[in-house]
Design a protein around this ligand. Structure first.
Ligand code: ZN
Ligand code: FE
Length: 272
């Protein structure tokens, strides 16, 4: 009798802490592991060795050093005769990427019995991509790098407000239960800003309490879900009258288009 399919919960997903507030995500199943955005080789190599895991792939969301800086060191340590696939955005210059990806591509990870769809999410950087595991862990999971954070979004280093607004729109359209794994622990500061935008948002006040409890216990506030972000993330709520009113107050302008509201909120956050 085989019960595996009904009880299968997918690979385990664990955060490895790096630098002051980065998360390197580790997916493991059996003895196999995949790393997402290993900015630092140290914590990744230490965990793989301690847990006796074999690294089968690396996924990269964008070119910033806090997401890519550990790749060379990891490969130097672990690579044998067969190259370890390093997936990343085709349109960004990342020397270690040997499997370049564009929007709509699929990443197959048979060792984890997992596959991911690539979603182009330009904005934080021009070529930023996210990895969406549609049927993973029962609910769907998304590795979104520095694009969508709990109650926040990435800074626009290279892209335009229109690009980021469209990118966030694609992520917000994923199923409500989709788990969102971002690459930084920024939630408390983001909630502080979100409350300035929406001081009367009850869901946001509840989330503030819950996040405070997690952080007091030194626990991650990630993953989030699409449903929670739709209720509490001002950058996904630019069509809400309350958010638009705050954006108009902060910018001193009459804002009619959602993308203009988004741009005003992002500009406000930059100097908050
Ligand atoms: Zn970044
Ligand atoms: Fe980052």
């Amino acid at each position: 009798m085989k019960l595996e399919s009904s009880t299968d919960t997918g690979p385990q997903i664990l955060p490895l802490r790096a630098f002051s507030d980065n998360y390197i995500w580790l997916l493991e199943r059996g003895r196999h592991a995949v790393l997402v955005d290993p900015g630092d080789a140290g914590p990744a190599l230490a965990h793989l060795a301690a847990a006796g895991l074999q690294l089968v792939a690396i996924l990269v969301t964008h070119h910033h050093p806090d997401h890519t800086g550990g790749i060379e060191g990891i490969l130097a340590q672990l690579q044998g005769d067969v190259p370890i696939p390093v997936y990343g955005p085709a349109s960004e210059d990342i020397a270690s990427v040997n499997c370049p990806l564009v929007d709509g591509d699929r990443v197959e990870l048979p060792e984890l019995q997992a596959s991911f769809e690539v979603i182009a999410v330009p904005g934080h950087t021009r070529g930023h991509i996210a990895y969406y595991g549609r049927k993973l862990c029962g609910c769907g999971v998304l590795f979104c790098g520095d694009t969508l954070f709990p109650c926040g979004c990435g800074r626009l280093f290279e892209g335009t407000p229109a690009q980021m607004h469209a990118s966030l729109g694609r992520l917000a359209a994923l199923p409500a239960a989709t788990k969102l794994y971002c690459a930084h622990e920024y939630t408390q500061a983001n909630i502080h800003f979100a409350l300035a935008v929406e001081p009367d948002n009850e869901a946001l006040h509840q989330r503030e309490q819950q996040v405070a409890r997690l952080r007091a216990a030194d626990l991650p506030t990630v993953p989030s879900t699409v449903e929670l972000e739709l209720a509490t993330n001002p950058f996904l709520r630019v069509t809400a009258p309350t958010v638009r009113a705050s954006a108009q107050r902060s910018s001193g302008e009459q804002l009619t288009e959602p993308v203009a509201v988004f741009a005003a909120i992002r500009a406000w956050k930059n100097k908050f």
